[in-house]
Design a protein around this ligand. Sequence first.
Ligand code: PLP
Length: 450
Amino acid sequence: MDTKHEQIVAHMIREVERGHIRSGHKLPSVRALAKMFSCSPNTVVRAYQTLERDDVIYPVPKSGYYLVEGRGPASARTESGPIDFASTTPRGDFLPFQEMEHCLRKAISLYKEELFGYTDPQGIFSLRNELSRYFHAQQIFANPDQIAVVTGAQQAFSILTRMPFPGQGRAVLVEQPTYFGFLAAARVAGCPVIGIHRDEHGIDLKVLESYFRSGQIKLFYTVPRFLNPLGTSYSLEQKRRIADLARQHDVYIVEDDYLADLEEDSKADPLYALDQSDHVIYVKSFSKTILPGIRMGAVLLPDRLLDPFIRHKNAADISSPILSQGALELYIKSGMYKRHAARIREHYREKMRYAIEVCARVFGSGIHYTCPSSGVFITIRLPQYVKATALQDRLLRRGISVTNVDQHLLPENQRNDRIRLCIIGVEKPRIEAGMIVIEEEIRRLERRMR
Ligand SMILES: Cc1ncc(COP(=O)(O)O)c(C=O)c1O
């Protein structure tokens, strides 16, 4: 149960958000609020002081408290609603609803009863065949027998963390920061998890080698392209060296290539293509490019791991839904996927260029952020003493959602000092409006902490 102080603060914020209190209007008297909340006038004064400190209201001597002009929780969302830099789900025009509807209908008429029975745990052959051809065009050579269809990349993470691997290693090695979905899978599977620091320049390959050499690593989970949350990618040379170390020390790598379709550089081969020794497990997701709800993903596995993987997949859900598999097959075969991927690649590239340009203009010096060439994520490092949680709260009151990078870190690495912005759900004109408010709130918190 909230304290009276917190109840009063929350009540006043609600009143402002509903438009019951407007800029320049006097707030209810201390006495009236004390009566309403059955508390002492001191409690109300403390609540008003909290709102004053947050720049929501200001006092006028011998008169009372007033709402700050152009400020307050409603200011950022006034004309056009909240700005969501937290969501990673594609929306609006960039969801191929009609095309998918067409493929779903066609899949039903094509596969008829087969569609509603049990099927191969590895995935229907015709889809694996289509995937094999699609991968081929991206320098990823795997025949249909080496591909397993999964119910989203998340299912691959769940299976890979649980299933046995050759060798003695039990721990999974992850980049820090990394995708929280993989951390969740490892936690639930009971795997020991070790972190290796990664920033926009990459990782320290000597540290990586010492972990590989230790014999304790079962697999190394990496997101070489457009890492969620940093948004940055490894260079070709770094990928080559990582693949080399895996071969030398006989360690498996799980390569999560969830945003491969946004790649601009045709020479930016995945680790899988650079692997000469069958040590890379390649995971593909269709969530960011098509629709997360179809729950489709694919895994390319070395021969040694195929059987245990399929056994675990079978035990988990027998097979991924055949309706989704049939629709995905037709979506790829018809060329719709290729066209759609090109459209969203162009769209996100434009948006990301613009977002980086806005960052340079709005943040100036003193606020450090990652600069990915494309993709959908930017991470902002906050000035000293500014806490990501405090910033998140203040932004939320102004209608802006962002993600705390701590979500992507193991507890021992959490510093509460970075936020992640995702541009998927924010249209271009609103990116700048949102960044301006973020900068304002960072500076305000910085001044308060000095
Ligand atoms: C790094 C990463 N991998 C994979 C996924 C998608 O997983 P799935 O295919 O299960 O939706 C996401 C989604 O946000 C992600 O950020």
